[in-house]
Design a protein around this ligand. Structure first.
Ligand code: GNR
Ligand code: NI
Length: 175
């Protein structure tokens, strides 16, 4: 296992449309392992493969909450080739962040509930209804697979402001 580098704005790879995973091979399992290690270290609640520069339709997620002792029981989940089958008309607003846009948070409105289909690491196909943070997170991650970032939902003013900030920062550090 290895912690991998997370690519950040304005890296153009974030705009790629990721390719379907054809088969769950040992390489895909290793990639998922690296994604978990990278995601937990960050720390983040979700990660799309493209965020470590692998343009594959693969997502890791862990939405485990702290219990009364402040402990968490890990709930690692892998989504291969996830699809949104249906979206609720009802919308909800959540303050989102993204490991590829560090330390920037804004409210985003998305469908409150979605029905998702995905394959797991055993090749088993699942269909589930997602709501709450799960619904927000799976939509945020599937957007990554399509080259979409949460800042794309903000006003042009806000989006241009954050893009400019990260473009300047990249120039200072020589990308
Ligand atoms: O760690 C993350 N937190 C988060 C908070 C609100 C909505 C979405 C997210 S996902 C983000 C990690 C990330 O960038 N995944 O792509
Ligand atoms: Ni993200």
């Amino acid at each position: 296992m290895a912690i991998r580098e997370i690519i950040i704005l304005p890296d153009k790879q974030l705009r790629l449309v990721s390719k379907p995973v054809e088969k769950v091979t040992p390489e895909i399992r290793r990639l998922a392992d690296d994604m978990f290690e990278t995601m937990y270290a960050a720390p983040g609640i979700g990660l799309a493969a493209i965020q470590i520069a692998e343009p594959l339709r693969l997502i890791t997620m862990d939405l485990a909450k702290r219990d009364e002792n402040g402990e968490t029981t890990p709930q690692p989940r892998v989504f291969i080739n996830p699809e949104i089958l249906a979206r609720s008309e009802e919308m909800s607003v959540y303050e989102e962040g993204c490991l590829s846009i560090p330390e920037y948070y804004e409210e985003v409105e998305r469908p409150a509930k979605v029905r998702v289909r995905y394959t797991d690491l055993d090749g088993k196909v699942h269909e589930e209804d997602a709501e709450g943070l799960y619904a927000t997170c799976i939509q945020h991650e599937i957007d990554h697979l399509n080259g979409v970032l949460f800042v794309d939902y903000l006003s042009k003013l806000k989006r241009d402001r954050v893009l400019k900030k990260f473009t300047k920062a990249a120039k200072r550090t020589g990308e």
